[in-house]
Ligand binder design. Structure first.
Ligand SMILES: [Zn+2]
Length: 185
């Protein structure tokens, strides 16, 4: 287990690695392993470090997320298979790891973008587990995963993302997430 997390969270102090690993322990171990085998990485920015400084893809593409009025708390860069974390809040870690799972299951592209079942569930959804889940297929996937593992921030004003809430708001997506997370090996 320790080697799994050192592969997944390579450039971190023991404290930061433990903090991230604690959140990831909410996920089934098989899916965490699947992301690690896929080459997924979780990298926490150091204080005052900017996304631009650590991500070759953002540099190449000239995407200045650090200059946005509100830089994102976390970011997943598909081509680097890397989660970047500016915040290490449990909600941010779990949400971004949801994108890493999406990408690992899609073998380098987001499964949510190409899977007909997920696309249909999104299209037909009348109600979303969190408001953010309604903003796009990738966020729909990441938020549904986060709800399934029930990781929330105590300080968040958002409704708590839980398994029960996902099941009642969006039963079709609940079933999809349940089967994806149980067949991860
Ligand atoms: Zn996201």
């Amino acid at each position: 287990m320790e080697s799994l997390y050192s592969a997944l969270i390579p450039d971190a102090t023991v404290k930061v690695q433990a903090q991230i690993a604690t959140v990831l322990s909410a996920f089934p171990e098989s899916i965490v392993r699947r992301v690690a085998i896929f080459g997924g990485i979780v990298r926490a920015l150091k204080p005052r470090e900017r996304y631009y400084e650590v991500s070759p893809a953002l540099q190449r593409l000239g995407i200045d997320v650090d200059g946005w009025p509100a830089p994102p708390a976390g970011l997943f860069v598909v081509e680097e298979r890397t989660v970047y974390l500016r915040s290490r809040s449990p909600m941010t870690i779990a949400h971004e790891f949801g994108h890493a799972i999406d990408c690992a299951l899609g073998r380098g592209v987001y499964l949510s973008g190409v899977n007909p079942g997920i696309r249909k569930a999104f299209r037909d959804a009348r109600c979303f587990v969190t408001p953010y889940a309604a903003t796009g297929l990738d966020e729909y996937f990441a938020e549904s995963i986060r709800a399934f593992v029930e990781v929330n921030d105590a300080s968040s004003h958002w409704p708590k993302a839980t398994k029960a809430r996902l099941q009642s708001a969006d039963p079709a997506m609940y079933e999809i997430v349940e089967s994806l997370l149980s067949c991860a090996t």
